[in-house]
Each structure stands twice: as C-alpha cells, then as structure tokens.
Write a protein that binds this ligand. Structure first.
Ligand SMILES: [Zn+2]
Length: 208
C-alpha cells in the first residue's frame, strides 16, 4: 500500500489496516509480487503507518494486517515497553518518513504483562526493566479484585493507556504532530483466538 502517490489520512490508513486484518482473519491473504516489490523498494521506503507492538512471535504486525514489504514501520519490544531508542524509532517514522498514522497494538495473553502481574519485583537480568515499566499497570489492575486471565487483560488495558500518555508526554515530535493533525494515533488490541485487531482509542474519534 506504500506505493501509491496519494497521501492518505491516518483514518484512511487505519481502514486499510482493518481491511487487511479482515483478510488475515479469513485466511484470504492478498497476492503480491515480492520480487518486483523488493526491487522497487531499493529506491527508498514510504510506509504509511508506524506500529508499536510486542516482540511475541504470534503478533507480527505485517502478517496480522496482511501488509507487505515497505508498508509498515514496526517497533517491537516485549510488552511494548518504551525507552529512548524505541521512542526515537517512532519519532523517525513521524518526522522523516511522515507516516500519517501511529498504532499502539497490544495483545491478548501478553507474557510481559503476565510477568508484571505475577512477578513485579523480579530482578532477572534486563527482563526486570520490562517488568518494572508494566508493574504500575499491574498494580492498578490488581486493585479491581480481578484474578487470572481477567487480571492480565485488565493490566494490559492500563498499560496501553500508559503507553499512549507516555508517548505524548515523552516525545515532542509525536505530540506536536498530533497537535498539528499531521498524525493520528490508534490504540488497539489483538485477540489471539479470533485473530481480530480491536480498536480501543483513536484520535479520529471523539472519545480519544
Ligand atoms: Zn506480548
């Protein structure tokens, strides 16, 4: 989708991603000539969306949204945790590749969130840095009295809210692009069982 000349809005790009996700759910992947595409893309990239998603092997954005080479600028960290390099990568997509859409895509059954729920005090290597960032969301979720899988999903919901807020607060490049309406932001969650990506929040909806 990155090869048309027309600049789409964030909302239009999101619709294309959702259309792709519907193809993924149904197993109807779009046929593509990857050889031609690969050759064309040697001239440069023009992705239409940046995606922050989990490193979990079950949740690759390109496959879930049925996209191809050159379509998505993807930043993956376990649990979607942020640090200067992951934020900088997203900023690059906004400031230099001019993506009109940034997607924060969490997922059901996230192992990093589960670790933060079950072992918030872990000091295991650098894994502790991931868990510590998610631990406040896990603590908020615990206060609801939920347990088991419901507790993990509640914590995921709080963590996604934190990520949205943190990205806007920590990145002037991203917050200015949002303010100037050059960028839309979507918060979404991938369901492992159904394969669907559910939209939770979007700047193009009033509830954001
Ligand atoms: Zn995960």
């Amino acid at each position: 989708m990155a090869h048309d000349d027309k600049q789409r809005t964030g909302k239009q790009v999101w619709q294309r991603l959702i259309d792709g996700n519907m193809r993924f759910v149904q197993g109807l992947f779009q046929g593509r000539n990857l050889l031609d595409l690969r050759r064309t893309l040697t001239q440069g990239q023009q992705p239409e969306a940046a995606v922050l998603c989990c490193s979990d092997s079950r949740v690759p954005a390109e496959i879930i949204f049925d996209q191809s080479l050159g379509d998505l600028f993807v930043v993956r960290t376990a649990g979607l945790v942020l640090d200067p390099t992951s934020i900088g990568s997203l900023e690059y997509a906004v400031a230099h590749l001019h993506v009109p859409l940034l997607v924060i895509k969490g997922h059901e059954g996230c192992g990093a969130v589960t670790a933060a729920v079950n072992h918030p005090e872990t000091d295991e290597g650098h894994i502790s840095a991931i868990v510590k960032q998610i631990a406040p969301a896990a603590a908020k979720a615990r206060a609801t009295g939920k347990s088991g899988a419901a507790l993990v999903e509640e914590a995921t919901c709080h963590h996604l809210k934190y990520l949205k807020k943190a990205l806007c607060e920590k990145s002037r490049i991203i917050s200015e692009a949002l303010d100037q309406e050059r960028l839309d932001l979507v918060v979404a969650k991938y369901e492992l069982k159904s394969g669907r990506v559910l939209l939770l929040k979007a700047t193009f909806f009033e509830s954001f």
